[in-house]
Design a protein around this ligand. Structure first.
Ligand SMILES: *[C@@H]1O[C@H](CO)[C@@H](O)[C@H](O)[C@H]1NC(C)=O
Ligand SMILES: *[C@@H]1O[C@H](CO)[C@@H](O)[C@H](O)[C@H]1NC(C)=O
Ligand SMILES: *[C@@H]1O[C@H](CO)[C@@H](O)[C@H](O)[C@H]1NC(C)=O
Ligand SMILES: *[C@@H]1O[C@H](CO)[C@@H](O)[C@H](O)[C@H]1NC(C)=O
Length: 298
């Protein structure tokens, strides 16, 4: 046994290195899907090899169907067409795909969702851990994205509860990836979360389309600001299809301007596949072509 292990170690390390070359340091694509209620599926979304492609399911919510908070017990509310079998299938077809549950989002039905201070933080964390573990197992998920969008004035419990939740999910190998999605008016609680738990946060999907910049120069300024609040190498530029902020190919001019100013474009986040079906996933294709064109990661 021992000699077998000994002899196969170099081979094993070579294999790991080969697989890693392809996936570990690949650039990343983040794509929200399933948040609008349209019967969307994974199949038509273009997924390129050599990209670490993450689908973010919108959303897993700590609420019953009427929007009443459930003390940390999350349920899936993304489009019902995104079934556990379809997640398994897209991951089998593309080994570079990961699927994450995004937590909360803006609203459920016509009820606006918000972070609330749990009566008992420990109980909230434990409920969230168990419910997300069971959703992850059922849906074959790889991670979570944090997308709380409304906060009470006193929001200190957010950084603590969410940071401990991510840590616990990672420590128990329930998830391997965690991302956060601050926007213009919610950066403060996310900065606190990031400052205390950066080790377990892989990417920052800042919603640049809420920063109200429509030109590459403004985009660069917004990126500089967010890079100073989070970590520049974990921060991903983002684009809202048929939405707010910079639109059209000016987005790619903005990416060039970021690189010309020393910011590595390690990935792109797009909101969302639900809207992109109307333009044949133009921005998903072009973003991946952009990322593949230059595989140097910072
Ligand atoms: C996670 O694991 C690390 C290292 O074993 C340990 O220091 C930390 O306390 C654990 N955190 C949680 C929340 O379990
Ligand atoms: C969160 O709390 C901080 C510090 O108390 C406060 O400055 C900030 O306005 C709060 N953020 C939001 C989005 O309410
Ligand atoms: C390639 O990308 C890296 C990181 O995104 C960047 O630093 C570098 O300037 C780019 N190189 C070219 C030739 O665009
Ligand atoms: C890829 O890089 C080349 C050389 O820098 C450039 O001419 C071309 O437009 C780039 N393609 C994309 C899709 O960004």
């Amino acid at each position: 046994m021992w000699s077998l292990k000994f002899h196969s170690l170099p081979l094993f390390l070579t294999l790991v290195a080969l697989i890693c070359q392809q996936y570990c340091d690949a650039k990343v694509m983040m794509e929200y899907i399933g948040a609008t209620g349209k019967p969307v599926t994974f199949d038509p979304v273009p997924v390129e090899e050599g990209i670490d492609f993450h689908f973010l399911l919108g959303f897993a919510i700590d609420a019953d169907p009427s929007g009443n908070a459930q003390n940390g017990v999350f349920s899936p509310y993304w489009a019902q067409t995104l079934t556990p079998d379809s997640v398994a299938a897209v991951k089998q077809k593309h080994p570079n795909v990961k699927v994450l549950a995004s937590l909360s989002g803006w609203s459920l039905g016509n009820k606006v969702l918000r972070w609330y201070n749990p009566k008992d933080n420990q109980l909230w964390i434990s409920n969230a851990f168990s419910s997300l573990k069971s959703i992850s197992e059922e849906y074959h998920l790889d991670g979570i994205d944090i997308d709380y969008e409304n906060f009470p004035r006193n929001n200190a419990s957010f950084a603590h509860c969410i940071g401990e939740l991510i840590t616990l999910l990672k420590n128990n190998s329930v998830i391997s990836v965690a991302t956060i999605a601050p926007f213009h008016t919610t950066v403060l609680p996310y900065i606190e979360l990031f400052n205390n738990y950066a080790d377990v946060i892989d990417y920052v999907n800042h919603q640049f389309y809420t920063d109200k910049v429509r030109r590459p120069k403004g985009y660069l300024k917004a990126f500089q600001l967010r890079a100073s609040q989070f970590h520049k190498d974990k921060l991903l530029p983002s684009y809202e299809v048929n939405g707010r902020g910079i639109q059209g190919d000016a987005f790619f001019d903005a990416l060039n301007l970021l690189e010309a100013n020393g910011f590595g474009v390690n990935g792109v986040m797009i909101y969302s596949a639900d809207a992109s079906s109307s333009n044949n996933y133009y921005y998903e294709s072009k973003s991946q072509a952009y990322l593949i064109n230059n595989t140097t990661r910072v």
